[in-house]
Design a protein around this ligand. Structure first.
Ligand code: GLN
Length: 196
């Protein structure tokens, strides 16, 4: 059976595991380095949470380099919210950089305090209108023009979903709604799993 790992050092990982299970996929928590090597891993989800905390824990738990290499080598990855920040090549309002595997520039906490959290329905290319829940979310300010980054969703001129090869990212939290189509998109298009 196909297996998808969900980074579970911090943040909203349980909801992702729930959805994967509902879609008939085996999901497992990645809490420590050995979890990466317990069985096959056909894809990984980097959940929402706090990117600074996740970045620090990934290094402390000595998972950072192995995961970065796996993603560079083509491991399918879905990064939501903080997960998107972990994948970005640059962060416009922060000196930190984490995996830096995706050719996008992101702004952290981009909606400020007032508009920190909101919900809307908007178009996701290839899917249609989907519910989008934002919680102190980043957005993508820029995608590298000469690279193969595809913009999948925009709200008020800001990019909130994109894909580059094996990497799919959303500013919003698809795991917090009962619409599973972003996860299905990840499984079908990005990690090319066949879902029964
Ligand atoms: N503000 C968080 C960060 O900068 C992201 C918020 C989230 O994942 N819900 O990492």
């Amino acid at each position: 059976q196909k297996r998808i790992g969900v980074l579970a050092v911090q943040g909203a990982f349980a909801e992702h595991i729930n959805i994967l299970n509902k879609l008939g996929v085996e999901a497992f928590e990645i809490r420590q380095k050995s979890d990466l090597y317990h069985g096959t891993m056909e894809g990984i989800i980097l959940p929402g949470g706090e990117s600074t905390v996740m970045g620090k824990l990934l290094r402390e738990l000595e998972m950072f380099e192995d995961l970065k290499t796996a993603i560079e080598d083509g491991l399918p990855v879905l990064g939501t919210c903080a997960g998107l920040i972990l994948l970005a090549k640059s962060i416009s309002n922060d000196k930190s950089r984490y995996f830096g595997t995706m050719d996008i520039k992101v702004k952290r906490n981009a909606y400020g305090r007032q508009l920190g959290s909101f919900h809307t329905i908007s178009e996701f290319k290839g899917i249609g209108d989907i519910p989008m829940t934002f919680i102190r979310a980043p957005y993508i300010e820029e995608v590298a023009k000469d690279q193969d980054v595809k913009i999948l969703a925009e709200i008020d001129g800001h990019i909130v979903a994109a894909r580059q090869r094996n990497m799919l990212v959303t500013s919003f939290h698809p795991e917090l709604t009962s619409d599973y189509r972003v996860h299905q998109y990840f499984l079908e298009k990005v990690s090319s799993l066949s879902l029964l």
